[in-house]
Ligand binder design. Structure first.
Ligand SMILES: Cc1ncc(COP(=O)(O)O)c(C=O)c1O
Length: 391
């Protein structure tokens, strides 16, 4: 089928919940993807920070094929070696020692909220304005953006919001009924918003003082995206619960909430569960994906390439007055414009580079961590051409 035929069929049969580009992708390899017409693109968005290893990484593909031949799924009422091994690996790379496996970022956050409430026996969750934590009813309520939740009222009780980056607002919001604070270490969907230096450490200290749990939502920032395995490591903080998803399975949908035994033990059999969570296929994919991340030193490459890309983008900033700010960390970068960025996305796509627009005026770049210098140069050259056409 060609692009138009696919679009027509989609519009007829798929609920129209996505504002899509007029592009039908068929396959990818490394940092490149192809559309059904045979055109290639440099993927600078990596499926919303999912394809950290690029597309079709041979080790992940092999692990999936091998596992699919043995067993795709079995119930969580049985043990599997794949689940136990993945959980062990997650504890080795994170500051936690117990894991619950889920299927999506929203589900991991739901689980984290349930765990915090069960452990503390308290109900209130404090989140931040402009945050994004998912689309289920509890996570959309935690999300600090009205547009995502207004049509879906009534929303669950027990959530309140404070400005991101303001420690005094957080301190004032805590009450004796507060179970946890949920935060993104960098607000991704909200426009790649970096908190002020020291904020996360201050939040950690505040949580300790007030006996409140800190849930760090690393769904977007985890697995090397920001130049550390987890963004919490930039300030050396120790969250009580970390949630991860996106890049975890090398493209395969799998997620986790991770905690320390003291807190994790609040969950007893029957308290939480998922039919598909931690299925052998997902676990095999995630174990392979994390091993590739470690074997190929992709976390330090993310830092190195991220610094290079940010430096090149700063050069563009000095050329175009409508570039307000370049910010980010590792390979999660935002280019804030004073103009609407939808046209930039469209024009960059026509020139063979896929980028994303978030929060209306921010170009979000989140390429695979395997991106090389030549490819980074191509991204910057294409953006340069697009910006030149727009000025
Ligand atoms: C920080 C953060 N948390 C949670 C989610 C929700 O993840 P999912 O779409 O896998 O449910 C996202 C998705 O963009 C995210 O960026």
């Amino acid at each position: 089928m060609n692009t138009q035929e696919i679009m027509d069929m989609d519009q007829k049969f798929v609920m129209q919940t996505y504002g899509r580009q007029k592009l039908a992708l068929s396959h990818g390899k490394g940092a490149e993807v192809w559309d059904v017409e045979g055109n290639s693109y440099l993927d600078c968005f990596a499926g919303v920070a999912v394809n950290n290893l690029g597309h079709a990484h041979p080790k992940v593909t092999l692990a999936i094929c091998h596992q699919a031949q043995r067993m795709i799924h079995c119930s969580n009422i049985y043990y599997t070696q794949e689940q136990a091994e993945l959980a062990q690996l997650l504890t080795q790379i994170s500051p936690h020692d117990k894991v619950f496996l889920a299927n999506s970022g929203a589900e991991a956050n739901e689980g984290a909220i349930k765990l915090a409430r069960k452990y503390t026996g308290k109900g209130e969750i404090i989140a931040t304005d402009n945050s994004f934590h998912g689309r289920t009813l509890a996570t959309v309520t935690a999300t600090g953006q009205e547009k995502y939740k207004t049509p879906f009222q009534p929303l669950p009780d027990g959530f309140k919001h404070v400005p991101y980056g303001e420690i005094s607002a957080l301190a004032q919001a805590i009450t004796e009924n507060t179970a946890a604070i949920i935060l993104e270490p960098i607000q991704g969907e909200g426009g790649v918003i970096m908190p002020p230096e020291g904020y996360l450490k201050d939040v950690e200290n505040l949580c300790r003082q007030k006996d409140v749990l800190l849930i760090l939502d690393e769904v977007q920032t985890g697995f090397g995206r920001t130049g550390e395995m987890f963004a919490s490591q930039h300030e050396g903080i120790q969250p009580d619960i970390t949630t991860v998803a996106k890049a975890m399975g090398g493209g395969y949908p799998i997620a986790a909430l991770m905690a320390n035994t003291r807190i994790a033990e609040a969950f007893n059999p029957g308290d939480h569960g998922s039919t598909f969570g931690g299925n052998p296929l997902g676990c095999a994919a995630a174990k392979a994906a994390i091993e590739v991340l470690l074997d190929e030193n992709l976390v330090s490459k993310s830092k190195e390439m991220g610094n290079y890309l940010q430096k090149k983008l700063e050069e563009l900033k000095s050329k175009y007055s409508f570039i307000q700010e370049i910010r980010g960390c590792g390979l999660l970068i935002g280019i804030e414009l004073t103009i609407d960025c939808a046209d930039v996305v469209k024009k960059a796509c026509e020139k063979g580079v896929l980028v994303n627009c978030t929060a209306g005026k921010v170009i979000r770049l989140a390429p695979p961590l395997i991106i090389n210098m030549t490819q980074v140069d191509k991204v910057v050259n294409v953006l340069d051409e697009v910006f030149a056409e727009m000025s």
